[in-house]
Each structure stands twice: as structure tokens, then as C-alpha cells.
Design a protein around this ligand. Structure first.
Ligand code: AMP
Length: 191
């Protein structure tokens, strides 16, 4: 299996690039943010819980997120592989994912980290907020909080996979095509 984590701060371009990668590599796209938003739309219990954290720019608790992610993975029998987008976002999530995949006799193939500096992220998120209507992209305080959460809680995930020689940093500044090409080169190197 080809299991990719697309990693990076909010606004780095993970969703945009995932859409292109799933088409080329025929992978299943699992975005925890998208799944939470679908649950909010459907007014499920999970959605209501997730919303209370997302509106504040905080992470949904690990236990809830890990359980949901594992259930999503289990919905697919015999996939070519997965793109994990927005997950893992904490070291505990990374350890849980590694153990879960191990039970399934597979593992993460590569972690692609989109690297974009903070000022550019803030600009992109505010711009996206205008088009997408995402509440968490429209409030500068919430954006700042999400960037801080990334630095404090999510950045250690990079170290976790760097220690396994699986982290590949990709310049997240450039055209969508340029970034996509750089991602494909990194994927083809591990395929
Ligand atoms: P995203 O669409 O990836 O930007 O995620 C939007 C929001 O959903 C985040 O700010 C978190 O509140 C929540 N979220 C998404 N993925 C996770 C995760 N892996 N762990 C905890 N919270 C998450």
C-alpha cells in the first residue's frame, strides 16, 4: 500500500494538493477536517462536539479523532492506499496511527510536509475565508490560535516521522503545478 501523510500548517495547501494526488495515484483521501465539517452539516453528535473546538481554533480531543479516523479507514477494503490530510495533528495521534497501520500489516510510506511561512499562511486563510465561508478562516484571532496550536502540538509530528526517515519537506510556495510536481517526485522516490 501507498500511505501518505500530507502535513503542514493550516493554509499550506494540503487540501488542494490532496485532490490532485488522489486523482493521479488513485488513493483514498481522508481529511479529518472535512469529516468533521460533514458531521457538523449533518448535525450529528460528533459534529456538535467537534464544532465546539473548531470554532475556537482548538484541536478536537485525540480520543474522538483517532476513533473516527480508524472507523473511516475500516470502511475501505483493499484500497491502493490512503492520503491522510490534517491527521495526525499530535504526537499521540501519530503513535496511534502507526500502531493501527501495523495491525493491518502496513505503514506510512512518506510524510510530505508543505513548508510555508506564517505571514503567507495568514493571508491565504483570510482569502479562503471569503470564498469558502469557513468560520474558522474568517476570524484573525482564530487563525492565530490555529497557527499557535500547529507550532505547539502538531510540529512534534514532523520530528516523530523525521526520526523514522519518512519526512520529506516540500516548498509550499509556488504555483499549484510546481508544488504538485515536487510532491510527485517525493512520492515516486518511495513507491
Ligand atoms: P482542517 O480542515 O484540517 O484545517 O481542520 C479544521 C479543524 O478541525 C481544526 O482546526 C481542528 O479544530 C479540527 N481538526 C481537524 N483535524 C484534526 C485532528 N487530526 N485532530 C484534532 N482536531 C482536528
Amino acid at each position: 500500500m501507498l500511505n501518505i501523510i500530507i502535513f503542514g500548517p493550516p493554509g499550506a495547501g494540503k487540501g488542494t494538493q490532496s485532490d490532485k494526488l488522489i486523482e493521479k495515484y488513485k488513493l483514498v483521501h481522508l481529511s479529518t477536517g472535512d469529516i468533521f465539517r460533514a458531521n457538523i452539516k449533518g448535525a450529528t453528535e460528533l459534529g456538535m462536539l467537534a464544532k465546539s473546538y473548531m470554532d475556537k481554533g482548538q484541536l478536537v480531543p485525540d480520543e474522538v479523532t483517532i476513533k473516527m479516523l480508524e472507523a473511516e479507514v475500516n470502511k475501505h477494503s483493499n484500497p491502493v492506499g490512503f492520503i491522510f490530510d490534517g491527521f495526525p495533528r499530535t504526537k499521540s495521534q501519530a503513535i496511534a496511527l502507526d500502531n493501527f497501520l501495523k495491525q493491518k500489516a502496513t505503514s506510512i510510506s512518506v510524510v510530505l510536509g508543505l513548508e510555508v511561512e506564517e505571514e503567507e499562511l495568514k493571508k491565504r486563510l483570510l482569502l479562503r475565508g471569503k470564498d469558502s465561508g469557513r468560520a474558522d478562516d474568517q476570524n484573525p484571532d482564530v487563525i492565530q490560535r490555529r497557527i499557535e496550536v500547529y507550532k505547539n502540538e502538531t510540529f512534534p509530528v514532523k520530528e516523530h516521522y523525521a526520526a523514522q526517515q519518512k519526512y520529506s519537506g516540500i516548498n509550499g510556495i509556488g504555483t499549484i503545478e510546481q508544488i504538485f510536481n515536487a510532491l510527485c517526485i517525493a512520492i515516486d522516490a518511495v513507491k
